[in-house]
Each structure stands twice: as structure tokens, then as C-alpha cells.
Ligand binder design. Structure first.
Ligand code: UD1
Length: 422
């Protein structure tokens, strides 16, 4: 397994591109199952999660051709040979559960492995299943698989989600595009990824109103067609590199970055004393010599502060001039980076869903271990501000969500390298 070695103390400077959004791209790929015509995606990120989902879709019979060194992908689901998404792939990638809505929507049946829990929490799927049941699917759980059946097709329904779920909103929205009648999703996710999926579905001929708000209305149509769709920039990668500049100091320009994707983070960082300006090509982020100020953060569904940036923000608060609190409201076990940051000299107290961080002048490099995707990158960011050498081991999660992280940070002047453990 690979490790990443970071030698801290260098301010960052330069410009890097922000890749297409992982979470958007994965759901767009699942949406290809809704039509027998080819769906072409551009600005595809080069990530292992994308490759894993491609394998799953191919196992169902979807043909996938990659062009432009993997940056463009044509998915053709004209002949789906299998409607069963197997455990060995679904367990690796929770987003693959989002083949369920498209398969039931188009074929009236599907069998998808339960994704299981993961390091950051239980991550249930009850909201996905209740939504499909309301649309008339009979759901049964057997041998770790969800069997969904709607032999006469799905029908439109009024669905009020008791809690906001990105995945459940997207699964229900996809399924509803081919249902008979109108579906209304209330308390729906407003994430840019969900809006982008709706935009792509509209390009495929779906009738969707209100995506990006908490009420989405979908009028079912007979069939969908193919289209070409560009994946939006990855707001979590963007936010991560914004925080990197805050942690290490210096000035970076993040090409294709847009403030509207990271408004909650931008205002938190500005309160911390980091300058953020919109440029013709993206976002410029600058921090001078002064220490950042502490800011309190609470994770919330979009447009609130994203849970996927909480670990990175904690790395920044570890070197703030004062005490801050970070409250995690989305996942029950998402502070696993805290003990590792403490190994680097951070002062953090975790009580339930709240972490209190008292900033220190300087972190110290140490061997640390990555536990999940966003925790991995937070340890690398902390390493940028630490004295000496930080070795982050078990970084395989990193390649799931960040493309060429060592090249990107390296090109900004960070001392960072990847080594393969023998
Ligand atoms: C998506 C993102 C993930 C992000 C998360 C929250 C993808 C591929 N992943 O995950 O990066 O961290 O949104 O912004 O898009 N829940 C239930 N029952 C359900 C579904 C969810 O209880 O049926 C709970 C979850 O356990 C969690 C909360 O609802 O506590 C939010 O989860 P959800 O929005 O569904 O996250 P994902 O779609 O899995």
C-alpha cells in the first residue's frame, strides 16, 4: 500500500485545474442506464471510484468507451443483460447503490446489494427504499440484496423525505423520470451534484422542475434519449485546495473554481482571515504570514458547510490563533482524523458530534494513518503546515477522490512524494 510523505513549511504558489466532480460523475454514469441511447460525459475525473463504477455498469451490460485519456466517456446501455448489482463491487463504492433507481425505473426490476456501513457511519438506505415503495415498487431484502419489483412500471408519488439525503433524492429522481404520472420530492437535497444530475436528465428528455430547491417535481415520460453533458467542477476538491492554501499560506489560483459551489466554506475562510477572490478563470486564495483566526463550523446539507470538508477545515483550525468548534451533524463517526492530528501536536477534544480545537503555533510531522477519503487529505494538509516529515500511510482512499494529488500540490511548491510500501 502506498504512503504519502510531506515535508512541511513551504507556502504554496501557482495555479492548478480543478477536476470534474466525483459525486456528480458517478450519478451521471448511473443515469446512463435510463436510456438505450449513448450518454456522453466530458470533464470526467480520473479517479478509482469512476473506474469501479464503470466495472459495475459493464457487468450489467452497459458498454463504455473512454476518449481523451479518460476525460470523456460514452456509456451505452442499449442491452442490459443483468439487473443484479453484485456485492463485491457495491461494497467498494456506496454510490453504486444509485443504479437501483434507474434500473427499476426502466425495467421494473432490479437486485442491488446493500452497500453496508463504512468507516464514517452506518449509512442506511431506508430513505431510498421508502421512496421507491411509494412509487409502487415491491421491495424485499434477501441475502444482503435489495430486490425491487414493479412489473407494471413505477407510478408518480408524493414523497416527503424525513431527512435530507443526497443519494435517496437522486435515486428517486432518476426512477421518477420514467414513472407514470407526476412525482413530487419534498425536503429534497439541494446539492449542486443533484442539480447537475437533473440538468443532464433534462438534456435526456426528462421533465424536471425545481432541482436545486428542496421541492423537485418530475413528470414521467415514456422514454429518455442520449445526450452530451459536461461534469461540473468538483466543489470538494476545490474546497480542499482552498484550505490547503489557508494551511500552508501563499497564493493559489484554482482554475474552473466558482464561489457559488463553496459559498459556506468561502465565508468561513474569510472569517478566518484568508482572502478569496473570483478571477476570470476561477478562484484565487491567499493567506499572508499572520495566523488564521478560529471559526466555528457546523456541517449541514447544501448550502451549509459540507461534511466532506470538515476534516480539512479541522486541519486549518489546528493552527488557528485560538479555539474553535467543529460540529458534525451528517455522519455519526466522522472525527477519525482527530487522533491522528493529535499525533502531530494538535489540541483537539472530541465529545460526540463536536470537536473543540485549540490552535497551536506549529504542528510537528509524524507517522499517521488515513482512515477514509477526506481524513486522508486532511492529514496531508496538516503535513503542509508541520515542522519536519509527515508520513501518511494507507492512502488508497485518496485515489478514490483526488486525482494526482501529489502532482497538483507539488506543482504549487509543496514537498510531497508518494512511496510504495514493499
Ligand atoms: C453523499 C456524498 C457524500 C457526502 C454525503 C453528504 C456521493 C457519492 N456521496 O453521500 O460524499 O458526504 O452525500 O453530503 O454523492 N441516511 C439515512 N437513510 C438513507 C440515506 C441516508 O439515514 O436512506 C443518512 C446517512 O446515514 C447520513 C445522512 O442521511 O447520516 C446523509 O446521507 P446522504 O445524503 O444520503 O449521503 P450519501 O448520498 O450517501
Amino acid at each position: 500500500m502506498d504512503s504519502i510523505i510531506v515535508r512541511g513549511g513551504n507556502p504554496l504558489s501557482g495555479r492548478i485545474p480543478i477536476a470534474g466532480a466525483k459525486n456528480t460523475c458517478l450519478k451521471l454514469m448511473c443515469a446512463a442506464l435510463l436510456t438505450d441511447e449513448p450518454l456522453t460525459l466530458t470533464n470526467v475525473p480520473l479517479l478509482s471510484d469512476v473506474a469501479t463504477l464503470a466495472l459495475l455498469l459493464q457487468s450489467l451490460g452497459c458498454e463504455i468507451a473512454c476518449m481523451q485519456d479518460g476525460r470523456a466517456m460514452v456509456l451505452s446501455a442499449s442491452e442490459i443483460v443483468d439487473r443484479k448489482a453484485h456485492y463485491d463491487i457495491v461494497r467498494k463504492l456506496r454510490a453504486s447503490f444509485n443504479v437501483l433507481g434507474p434500473l427499476v425505473g426502466r425495467y421494473g426490476e432490479a437486485e442491488v446489494s446493500l452497500p453496508g456501513g463504512c468507516a464514517i457511519g452506518a449509512r442506511k438506505v431506508d430513505l431510498h427504499l421508502t421512496a421507491l415503495e411509494k412509487m409502487g415498487a415491491a421491495i424485499c431484502l434477501k441475502d444482503g440484496y435489495v430486490h425491487a419489483n414493479a412489473p407494471n412500471g413505477l407510478r408518480g408519488a408524493e414523497i416527503e423525505f424525513p431527512a435530507v439525503s443526497v443519494g435517496a433524492t437522486e435515486n428517486a429522481m432518476c426512477a421518477a423520470t420514467l414513472a407514470k404520472g407526476t412525482t413530487v420530492l419534498r425536503n429534497a437535497a439541494r446539492e449542486p451534484d443533484t442539480k447537475a444530475l437533473a440538468d443532464c436528465l433534462i438534456g435526456m428528455g426528462a421533465r424536471i422542475m425545481g432541482a436545486g430547491t428542496s421541492t423537485i417535481t418530475i413528470e414521467g415520460v415514456e422514454r429518455l434519449n442520449g445526450t452530451t453533458h459536461r461534469v461540473i467542477p468538483d466543489r470538494i476538491e476545490l474546497g480542499t485546495y482552498m484550505i490547503a492554501a489557508g494551511v500552508a499560506g501563499g497564493e493559489v489560483e484554482l482554475l474552473d473554481g466558482r464561489r457559488g459551489l463553496v459559498e459556506a466554506l468561502s465565508s468561513s475562510m474569510e472569517r478566518a482571515g484568508v482572502e478569496i477572490t473570483e478571477t476570470e478563470h476561477g478562484l484565487k486564495v491567499r493567506r499572508d504570514e499572520a495566523r488564521v483566526r478560529p471559526v466555528n463550523v457546523r456541517t449541514e446539507p447544501f448550502p451549509g458547510f459540507p461534511t466532506d470538508l470538515q476534516a480539512q477545515m479541522m486541519a486549518l483550525m489546528c493552527i488557528a490563533d485560538g479555539t474553535s468548534t467543529l460540529e458534525e451533524t451528517i455522519f455519526e463517526n466522522r472525527f477519525m482524523h482527530a487522533p491522528e492530528l493529535i499525533r502531530m501536536g494538535a489540541r483537539i477534544d472530541v465529545h460526540g458530534g463536536r470537536a473543540t480545537v485549540t490552535g497551536v503555533e506549529r504542528l510537528k510531522g509524524a507517522p499517521v494513518m488515513a482512515t477514509d477519503l477526506r481524513a486522508s487529505i486532511s492529514l496531508i494538509l496538516a503535513g503542509l503546515a508541520a515542522e519536519g516529515k509527515t508520513v501518511v500511510s494507507r492512502v488508497y482512499h485518496l485515489d478514490r477522490g483526488y486525482e494526482h494529488v501529489e502532482e497538483k500540490l507539488g506543482s504549487l511548491g509543496a514537498k510531497i512524494e508518494r512511496v510504495s510500501d514493499k
